[in-house]
Design a protein around this ligand. Structure first.
Ligand code: ATP
Ligand code: MG
Length: 572
């Protein structure tokens, strides 16, 4: 392809509103342009990268018996009402009306559409299992669209759905998908981790997210210094046994007036008490009743773990006003002592290890010292309700926990009968009995993957595409297009490469050499071949984008070397 005929609007300036590397570079290198917040045009270079990612995804989905289909983006509200998500999905669901005043959603995902499709067309166990997928634009009115393609309001997703007659069959497909996802992200060149994830309020149990490791990731992943264990931070269990000294302190609990403005932390510091000896409370409403959750001063409440402690009931933090009405003080003075009758107390496991501690007593600026949780207050139950910390023992029993940031590029999910039961999608089993279909769903953010690759593969000069997904394989530069010998050789090489099936971008523009080199680094194709001063001697310059390795190559050896470099086992 002649660069003079392409649409690659590169920018010299760094766009002011772009915060992260991939967003800046994709704008500067002419891959994307924003239309509205979280809404982008994918220009030809981005479209090519995306096609390569899609190709990898299609090959791997087909290999696990996935069949591609395409479902409508416009979805009748009736479907969403049937599943209960018209209200449940909240403001992220883009809603609209047609000329007959019928309500529609712009699909953020397709469980409803596919469940009704299968419900109406498939009714026997003989047709199961079945796996279907599509690659399509999705719409989500995200609260904070940002980081370019990483969190868009309109984005491209591969979503697959599987249907099963038995949980063994669902397990099998889930595992096959899990392996296919590992192959997909490996082939895309991503440094990633599959992690144990939270099933959220979506129902279903088993789920893994695939996280591309990156500083700009919005999720925190915990992984073990030994073994395979990796989980989203909210899923990582605490694996510490807290014991407390046998000789319970004899010193009685004592209330102390703090300095004005002092909080628990400041008070403890002034008293030379370590943060590990302090205990604070979080006030929640669980099943309509106020509950106090006790935690050690250096620990943070993990609300996902509250689901295990209080399954199937509504729970939320108390509002400031509710805290004041229930406890008679501001939130920062809420504690386990002198509590109103109706408040039940639950404590994190670590609180059980606190001895001679400091805590709060529901009186402004008052603190309690020589606090012994077991002795001084009534605790209904001790449970794991905190986030793990770096250095905690790993849940797999080996090594310790470290943290990393990740971008969620994909998720596999066992939905079970969440949709088939609410939408009455059933089949007849071998004994002629009616059973709800079992379901799995499997998503990959195609446009997010493109950004995640850009985030992982870039340097100070621009993008550095891995060859499997690069928009073109080779960048051929003619330094001075007005110079006959250079032009003739460059045209010839363009021809040779094209005929050999190599996807080449040929910079034939009447630009200065400096501009061509800068644009070439910015766009980041794996290999650059420059036709310059030595054209008459039939010598060109070879430069690899990733390593910077450069050399001169004689023209008669060039094609062979390029093919070798681009081959799956080549260095590129
Ligand atoms: P997130 O937690 O990042 O909002 P999600 O868990 O809601 O994502 P899923 O419903 O699991 O997302 O969607 C499947 C995949 O689609 C995700 O793994 C992610 O790669 C991609 N994706 C989700 N939301 C967006 C978005 N706003 N922009 C780009 N890609 C997205
Ligand atoms: Mg997800």
């Amino acid at each position: 392809m002649r660069q003079s005929r392409t649409f690659i609007p590169t920018l010299r300036e760094v766009p002011a509103d772009a915060e992260v590397k991939s967003h800046k570079l994709l704008l500067r290198a002419g891959f994307i342009r924003q239309n509205a917040s979280g809404i982008y045009s994918y220009l030809p270079l981005a479209r090519k990268v995306m096609r390569h990612v899609e190709q990898i995804v299609r090959e791997e989905m087909d290999a696990v018996y996935g069949q591609e289909l395409l479902m409508p983006a416009l979805q009748l509200s009736d479907l969403w009402k049937e599943s209960g998500r018209w209200d449940g999905y909240g403001p992220e669901l883009m809603r609209m009306r047609d000329r007959h005043d019928r309500e529609f959603a712009l699909g953020p995902t397709h469980e409803e559409v596919i469940t009704t499709l299968i419900r109406d067309e498939l009714n026997s166990y003989k047709k199961l299992p079945i796996t279907l997928y599509q690659i399509q634009t999705k719409f989500r009115d995200e609260k904070r669209p940002r980081f370019g393609l990483l969190r868009g309001r309109e984005f491209i997703m591969k979503d697959a759905y599987s249907f099963h007659a038995s949980s063994a069959s669902l397990d099998e497909t889930y595992q096959a998908m899990y392996e296919a996802y590992k192959r997909i992200f490996t082939r895309c060149g991503l440094d990633f981790r599959p992690v144990i994830a939270d099933s959220g309020e979506m129902g279903g149990k088993d789920t893994h997210e695939f996280m591309a490791l990156s500083e700009v990731g919005e999720d925190t992943i915990c992984f073990s210094s030994e073994g395979e264990y990796a989980a989203n931070i909210e899923m990582a269990e605490v694996n510490t046994t807290y014991s407390r000294p046998d000789d319970v302190a004899k010193t009685p609990l004592q209330l102390v007036q703090g300095e004005p403005g002092q909080d628990l932390h400041a008070f403890a510091t002034a008293q030379n008490v370590t943060v590990e000896q302090t205990v604070y409370g979080e006030a929640w409403l669980v099943d309509g009743k106020p509950v106090l959750l006790l935690l050690r001063g250096d620990h943070e409440l993990n609300d996902v773990k509250l689901k295990l402690l209080f399954p199937d009931v509504a729970r939320r933090p108390l509002t400031d006003q509710e805290v004041q009405d229930t406890f008679g003080v501001k939130r920062s003075f809420v504690g386990p002592l002198e509590l109103p009758e109706e408040v039940q107390v639950f404590a994190d496991l670590a609180v059980g290890g606190v001895a001679d501690g400091v805590t709060l007593c529901n009186q402004a600026s008052q603190f309690a010292v020589h606090f012994e949780p077991m002795r001084d207050c009534k605790i209904e139950q001790y449970a794991d309700i905190r986030f793990v910390k770096e250095g905690d023992p790993s849940p797999n029993g080996m090594g310790t926990i470290s943290f990393a940031k990740g971008i969620e590029v994909g998720q596999v999910f066992k939905l079970g009968t969440r949709y088939s039961e609410t939408m009455n999608a059933v089949f007849l089993d071998e004994n002629g009995r009616t059973q709800p279909l079992l379901m799995g769903c499997y998503g990959i953010g195609i446009s997010r993957v493109v950004s995640a690759i850009a985030e992982q593969y870039a340097d100070e000069n621009g993008l550095v595409w891995p060859k499997q997904v690069a928009p073109y394989q080779v960048h051929l530069l003619c330094l001075n297009i007005k110079q006959e010998a250079q032009k003739a050789l460059a045209e010839e090489l363009h021809d040779v490469f094209t005929k050999a099936g190599i996807d080449v971008l040929y910079d034939d523009r009447p630009e200065r050499a400096g501009v061509k080199f800068a644009d070439s680094d910015l766009i980041g194709l794996p290999l650059r071949i420059t036709v310059g001063k030595k054209a008459e001697q039939a010598i060109v310059e070879w430069k690899e984008r990733a390593t910077g390795d450069a050399k001169e190559v004689a023209v008669h050896e060039l094609l062979g070397e390029v093919q070798q470099f681009l081959s799956p086992t080549g260095r590129g």
